[in-house]
Design a protein around this ligand. Structure first.
Ligand code: NAP
Length: 299
């Protein structure tokens, strides 16, 4: 039996349509939804990613602005820029592209973003609130994974979930998300002994490592749902026999797909859904900001 392929591109399209409807609703109340991205330095990937975010934002009616700062920008100047955006009521969401130049402390800059404008859900306030299962804005990748799991039909409550990778931005938030839904969660990492024994015991396997092929046929068993978060650029051979670059996940898709019940592909799985979640978070941010601003002041 062949696996269900969890088509993130198609699901992202549905989410964008829902977001566009919500944005139109907010606009009819006179609200402008505006996302501001900050890129610092010469990394061309940040600008490429920003161009893609702009296209997707504008398609759903979200205004997108890019603040492009030079490599020489000081930490103080970046923090001032964030502070200015934090207090500007015309700004709904703030996005900080990483990596930042080495003289700037990334976590300090991320910490500075107002948790209500933190549309990527990376501020420690939002990550911390995940422990209580109620972040103001949840991390986009964890939301994307959650959406794929939901669409796989797997009942998370009581399921054995194994998360491979425990980074602050990806692995740990996914672990907390699953725990808050009453899965029994095992977090694996570089020093985990006998990874196979853990992964094979899973009903749900989520892989966020950044190493192509780290999960092969030996790590899985029939009936499992596998979500591949990894994005890796590898060199292969093109149809003309010449070297060419392509994007693959962390899971050996060809080996694993014939065994498991459902699997997300790379590309076309978690990636497109993560961007859709960023747009959804922006609308969520607008709603929550409205609520906090309309709350009566404490006497
Ligand atoms: P990261 O910060 O490098 O973390 C990688 C994690 O994998 C670490 O916890 C590390 O363990 C663990 N690890 C490394 N080798 C391992 C092994 N052989 N066995 C088990 N665990 C191992 O990377 P990240 O930022 O979390 O990103 C992970 C992947 O997700 C990357 O490919 C990235 O491009 C991708 N990503 C995708 C999206 C998306 O939207 N689809 C978003 C963000 C990131 P230690 O903690 O012990 O070092």
């Amino acid at each position: 039996m062949s696996a269900i392929i969890l088509d993130g591109t198609a699901y992202a399209e549905e989410i964008r349509a829902q977001v566009a409807a919500h944005v139109a609703e907010l606009q009819s109340d006179g609200r402008v939804i505006r996302l501001v991205a900050i890129v610092v330095g010469d990394d061309p990937a940040g600008r490429l990613y920003a161009a893609s975010q702009r296209r997707q934002s504008e398609k759903v009616g979200i205004q997108y602005e890019l603040i492009d700062l030079p490599e020489s920008t000081t930490q103080e100047r970046l923090l001032e820029t964030i502070d200015r955006l934090n207090v500007d009521h015309g700004v709904t969401g703030i996005l900080l592209h990483l990596p930042l130049p080495p003289h700037i402390e990334s976590s300090l800059a991320q910490y500075r973003i107002d948790p209500y404008k933190d549309v990527e859900g990376v501020n420690p306030a939002n990550i911390g609130l995940l422990f209580y299962g109620e972040p103001i804005i949840a991390p986009c990748t964890a939301l994307a994974v959650n959406e794929l799991v939901r669409r796989s039909g797997l009942v998370v409550e009581g399921a054995n979930a194994v998360v491979v990778g425990q980074s602050r931005i990806v692995g740990k938030p996914i672990t907390m998300f699953l725990l808050s839904q009453n899965a029994t969660v095992t977090a694996c990492h570089k020093l985990t002994r006998d990874l196979v024994s853990h992964t094979r015991a899973a009903d749900l396997l989520i892989v966020a490592v950044g190493k192509p092929g780290v999960i092969g046929a030996e790590h899985v068993r029939p009936g499992m749902v596998v979500i591949d978060v990894g994005i890796n650029s590898v060199t292969g051979t093109g149809p003309d026999g010449k070297p060419s670059r392509r994007t693959v996940g962390d899971v050996d898709f060809e080996a694993v797909a014939p065994v498991v019940r459902a699997i997300s592909p790379v590309p076309g799985g978690v990636g497109p859904l993560t961007v859709a979640m960023l747009l959804r978070n922006t609308v969520e941010a607008a709603r929550k900001q409205q609520l906090t601003r309309s709350e009566p002041a404490a006497s």
